[in-house]
Write a protein that binds this ligand. Structure first.
Ligand code: SF4
Length: 345
């Protein structure tokens, strides 16, 4: 069955129901601008067309199976079930700034096997379709509507490596930016990657103004290879070239998880300084959300502060991030991995 994102099929439905184009605008506004229910969206159509739309379009491509609200901050972890019974996660964040954000998944599992990541331990199952990616945002919008909120930022930092599902992720970004759909500005969309040079270059060319977040985590090749097996394929010299191209057109974020005794020493600062020299980037230092699948630990907060201060002194635009949703296992893959383990017992 077609989805509410299948614009060609919706046009076919419009024509066969002899509807004026403006009726489609009302229908789309109900779905995407007002985050209405399916019944309310159908009610914008002429009565004679409703049954045809209802029986031939899928409203939701995912089923929201669980919602876990943090008791310590504004995070909500959502678990969605796909039609073929896989679980994926999204996290809604309500930071104090008031701008509601969502971190969404692009794949079921992941083939990158980063050692710090719970999703990496699950292996790869399949790519999410564009409708499944977008549905995380639609459903979250309907969820936060009762709080007088709407999703203002979308980050592709959930389960999966977005640039290994390029077609569907690119299509989703188009819908997120498109005025008749989610209507988000380029600066409100961030696509994160572990670093695949050709795909990064393609992304930069296609979406020069959309933010790219590069998960660096270490500017030392040997350390990076231990943390992220993909780093063996794509050495730092190649990635630096792609970052230079990306930063020439848009804003580039560097994501750096702070891992005690692994990437938070003097040598690491020197390597970062060399690697990022003359590339205009914003560095995000991220506290690590520990889980039982490895023996990595977060850098203590005083050390994180010192590291951030040193980077600022070196002239880098740096933000020390704080962790939201630690009580609802908000880091990528943690809750789904826990559920898979529990159901296997
Ligand atoms: S950090 Fe991202 S790319 Fe690495 S294993 Fe996890 S989901 Fe995949």
């Amino acid at each position: 069955m077609s989805t509410i994102y299948d614009t060609d099929y919706i046009e076919e439905l419009r024509v066969r129901n002899a509807m004026q184009p403006h009726r489609m605008k009302l229908f789309r506004n109900a779905l995407f601008k007002n985050s209405n229910s399916w019944g309310e969206a159908l009610a914008t159509l002429p009565e004679t067309a409703r049954a045809d739309f209802e029986s031939n379009l899928t409203f939701e491509s995912l089923e929201m199976s669980e919602r876990h609200d943090s008791e310590i901050d504004g995070a909500s972890k959502l678990i969605f079930k796909t039609h073929d019974h896989h679980l994926i996660e999204s996290v809604v964040l309500r930071p104090k700034s008031g701008r509601t954000s969502i971190c969404i998944s692009s794949q079921v599992g992941c083939a990158c096997y980063c050692s710090f990541c719970a999703t990496g331990m699950m292996g790869f199952t399949r790519n999410l379709t564009a409708a499944e990616i977008l549905d995380q945002v639609s459903q979250a919008n309907r969820m936060v509507k009762s709080e007088g909120r709407s999703i203002r930022n979308v980050v592709f930092m959930g389960m999966g490596e977005p640039l290994l599902n390029m077609d569907n992720v690119f299509q989703s970004v188009e819908f997120l930016r498109a005025a008749p759909f989610f209507n988000l500005s380029n600066s409100r969309i961030t696509v994160s990657t572990v670093g695949i040079p050709q795909a990064m270059d393609h992304f930069t060319k296609t979406f020069p103004d959309v933010q790219l977040a590069f998960s660096l985590h270490s500017a030392r090749q040997d350390v990076r290879e231990k943390l992220m097996p993909q780093a063996r394929k794509y050495p730092l010299e190649l990635l630096r070239e792609s970052l230079l191209k990306a930063s020439a057109s848009g804003r580039v974020m560097i994501e750096y998880l702070m891992l005690a005794g692994v990437n938070d020493g003097e040598e690491d600062l020197d390597a970062l300084e060399r690697f990022l020299k003359d590339i205009p980037v914003h560095i995000n230092l991220i506290p690590y959300n520990e889980f039982s699948g490895n023996n990595l630990h977060e850098t203590p907060v005083e050390e994180r502060n010192k590291f951030a201060d040193r980077l600022k002194l070196l002239g880098f635009d740096t933000t020390l991030r704080y962790s939201l949703g630690s009580d609802v296992a908000a880091a990528c893959g943690q809750l789904v991995q826990h559920k898979i383990k529990v159901s296997a017992i």
